[in-house]
Design a protein around this ligand. Structure first.
Ligand SMILES: CC(C)(COP(=O)(O)OP(=O)(O)OC[C@H]1O[C@@H](n2cnc3c(N)ncnc32)[C@H](O)[C@@H]1OP(=O)(O)O)[C@@H](O)C(=O)NCCC(=O)NCCS
Length: 179
């Protein structure tokens, strides 16, 4: 398996992976929503606010994960949001997702990111170092529909202390439907 951080040249393949994977797991409407989100994240986010990691198997795209910045104007810590994440339907359950997320977190730690948050299934993300956080400690850009899914992990070996909000997401995520 080869990992890559180059996404501009692979934007169409990455969008297709998210659309197909979420269509299979969540239905056509969610597949289209996440495909569009992915496409916009890659097209509209300033380079410094986006990290994309992909895993390839002999020219086939196995998995892609996207991190985008969560901006806290009043706090000097650097925070990224992990998501969305997809592993090709026929490649799921082989540890590919956990491996690529761990690889991405390590790369962000190396570049000095302090905290990564995500919004998803705690049963999956707790396997890779995430634990529950509150909107009081880490303000989200919109009120959360599912606060149990608000998760975080510190990358700087410091205990997570409350961040000074408010926070602002990148433009592609600026819609309450995602929160
Ligand atoms: C969720 C997803 C990224 C996991 O990637 P993966 O490569 O299939 O997962 P891994 O092989 O690394 O890990 C599999 C383990 O996680 C568990 N797991 C996978 N999804 C889970 C979930 N939603 N909740 C709890 N556990 C989950 C599996 O049961 C498995 O456990 P086991 O090792 O005890 O059998 C992938 O299945 C996927 O793309 N799903 C559809 C899209 C999606 O839901 N994305 C995440 C939300 S943004």
């Amino acid at each position: 398996m080869e990992n890559s951080t180059e996404y501009k040249a692979h934007a169409a393949a990455i969008t297709d992976l998210f659309t197909a994977t979420f269509t299979t797991s969540e239905g056509v409407e969610e597949g289209a929503l996440i495909g569009e989100l992915t496409c916009r994240l890659m097209a509209e986010t300033p380079l410094q606010d986006l990290r994309v990691f992909t895993a390839w198997n002999g020219g086939e795209l196995d998995s892609a994960i996207i991190f985008s910045r969560l901006i806290f104007e009043s706090d000097n810590r650097t925070v990224f949001v992990l998501g969305p994440v997809a592993v090709a339907t026929n490649r799921q359950g082989q540890n590919i997702g956990q491996r690529l997320i761990t690889h991405g977190l390590e790369a962000l730690r190396t570049e000095g990111v302090d905290l990564v948050v995500t919004y998803g299934d705690p049963n999956f993300y707790k396997r890779i170092g995430f634990s529950a956080i509150t909107e009081e400690d880490v303000p989200a850009p919109f009120p959360l529909q599912y606060p149990e899914g608000w998760l975080g992990q510190s990358l700087d070996d410091m205990p997570l202390t409350p961040l000074n909000g408010p926070s602002r997401c990148v433009p592609a995520f600026n819609d309450p439907v995602f929160w």
